[in-house]
Design a protein around this ligand. Structure first.
Ligand code: 3SK
Length: 514
């Protein structure tokens, strides 16, 4: 239940001062900064006041190209408290992408970490309309930090209701332009309580470290909203997450919860022997972004003793809505529904299918975005009647309520008339000791019949060749239904991925065979 007048910055930020956590460290960074809850509340107020002094009004958008650093928190929460809508965006994008988002959002301000100036400034120069306010976070001249230093340290939260617009996140599908998913004040409360507390078990003593960045809905929950909801500590790293850098962060800051993505877990596993990290502080690991191959779960467990809780979420749902639990892991599945969410699996006509049959996953819960900004067509395709969200994922729910991932609905292929999940073939390939990563797509053969094609990254590229190709084929034929083995196997140095680590199978489909 939400109070009728409610600004979500109050329970996430100001509440901690009233509850005796003013001196507790809320944020630690790889630069050695330690920000207490008192400082966080004060700096967020300053950021909100600075935005107001710049003339930014209620409901106007501030685009944030900001790395993982305390200023991300200050700007995000200060804006919300002042009734302004923060829009964190992917910091790995290019000028043309930023130009699109600037124009699409009609933002009143762009605030960016100076590291991203080479892409953001040309986007600002080209955009029409373009915002009057353009500020680097830090720097010699005008900057957010300089404005914050001059702004007041007190700020009254603007009254809002739980269903008022609060912040946006751009969601990039496999095709088309990114879409601004509009989230409401209540959404972060819902994900923090239902997934963070009641599913994952985040608590005040925790130290949370996420390899996934804050601009990604997954990272935003992992390293900002969950720790702030329970008064825990977030650890931020502003560099590129590699096995080396993430292991260094874990050894230095001793997090209790570590959040990664499957690709990074695979790379970390491959580097365990060489780097021999001390992971003893971690009590649980989390994975999302794409389904975790069972092989990675098992090898991680054997090598580190740690359980990886795999779950599925989306930018539109804000965080994970189906998940394994620490005392309830069903290997090879995404787990069961998170409290507060309902699911339906439907066929192409929208009729619910029985357990054991695959179909499109729809979910319903109080954290789902209300619409895409300025995009009624995509809104109608995704935010369905009755509050259902079309996830675009194909799933099977078994009799016991566990959800088995089959792939993105647009990645599924029909082989010999039977639906075939690329994920199942990839999981089989990854079980082979030579394979680091695999992606499978459908490709028409000489008779124009779709067959699986595998693109493989090897742990040791020197092993590539016909002998290994034949071995992998045999491995697949042994472990999969006969029609599912890949008819073509290509060895590549890397797979095309989104900034958040999801394999872009559509790019492989478009690639000519080597
Ligand atoms: O892709 C996911 O699984 C996910 C999880 C949490 C939040 C956001 C996303 C996209």
């Amino acid at each position: 239940r939400f109070a009728p007048v409610f600004n979500v910055a109050v329970p996430f930020i100001d509440r901690h001062l009233a509850e005796g956590r003013a001196d507790k460290v809320a944020i630690r960074t790889n630069h050695g900064e330690a920000v207490t809850y008192r400082e966080l509340a004060e700096q967020a107020n300053r950021a909100g006041n600075a935005l107001r002094a710049l003339g930014i009004g209620r409901g106007e958008r501030v685009l944030m190209m900001v790395k993982d650093c305390p200023e991300f928190f200050y700007l995000f929460w200060g804006a919300i408290k002042a009734g302004i809508v923060p829009v964190p965006v992917n910091t790995l994008l290019r000028a043309k992408d930023y130009r699109f988002m600037i124009e699409d959002s009609g933002c009143a301000a762009v605030v960016y970490s100076p590291e991203f100036a080479a892409e953001v400034e040309p986007a600002l120069a080209a955009a029409d309309p373009a915002p009057a306010v353009r500020l680097p976070v830090t720097g010699e001249g005008d900057s957010l930090r300089a404005r914050m230093a001059e702004a007041g340290a007190e700020l009254e939260a603007v009254p809002a209701s739980a269903t008022d617009d609060c912040f946006w996140l751009y969601s990039s599908g496999s095709t088309g332009n990114p879409k601004g998913a509009i989230h409401r004040h209540r959404d972060m409360v819902v994900t923090s309580q239902y997934y963070g507390v009641e599913t994952l078990g985040v608590r005040e003593e925790d130290v949370c470290f996420s390899a996934a960045k804050l601009f990604f809905a997954y990272g935003l929950g992992n390293a900002m909203t969950f720790p702030l909801w329970v008064g825990a500590t977030a650890v931020l790293y502003d560099g590129r997450p590699t096995p080396q850098s993430t292991f260094e962060m874990i050894q230095r800051f001793r997090p209790t919860i570590y959040y990664g993505v499957p690709t990074l877990y695979a790379a970390q596993l491959a580097a365990l022997d060489e780097l021999a990290p001390d992971l003893s502080s971690v009590r649980v690991c989390v994975s999302a972004g794409e389904a975790l191959p069972p092989e990675i779960f098992q090898r991680w467990k054997e090598r580190t003793g740690l359980t990886i809780l795999d779950g599925i979420g989306s930018t539109e749902a804000l965080h994970i809505f189906i998940s394994n639990r620490i005392d309830d892991v069903r290997l090879g599945t995404s787990g069961r529904l998170v409290p507060g969410y309902e699911a339906r699996i439907v066929d192409e006509a929208g009729n619910e299918v029985p357990p054991g049959e695959s179909g499109r996953l729809l979910i319903r819960g109080d954290s789902t975005a209300r619409a895409y900004w300025n995009n009624p067509e995509k809104t109608a395709q995704t935010m369905l009647e009755g509050g259902w969200l079309n996830t675009g994922d194909t799933y099977v729910r078994d009799e016991e309520g566990y959800f088995h991932y089959c792939g993105r609905s647009d990645d599924m292929m029909k082989v010999g008339g039977i639906w075939c999940s690329p994920f199942e073939i990839e999981a089989r390939l990854i079980e082979h000791p030579a394979v680091l990563e695999a992606a499978v797509v459908g490709r028409p053969d000489e008779q124009n019949l779709v067959k699986p094609e595998a693109w493989i990254v090897l742990k040791d590229p020197a092993q590539a060749g016909d002998a290994l190709r034949a071995e992998l084929l045999e491995h697949c034929k042994k472990g999969l239904a006969p029609y599912k083995y890949p008819r073509w196997i290509h060895f590549v140095d890397e797979l095309p991925k989104t900034a958040t680590g999801k394999i872009q199978r559509f790019k492989l489909r478009a690639r000519p065979q080597p």
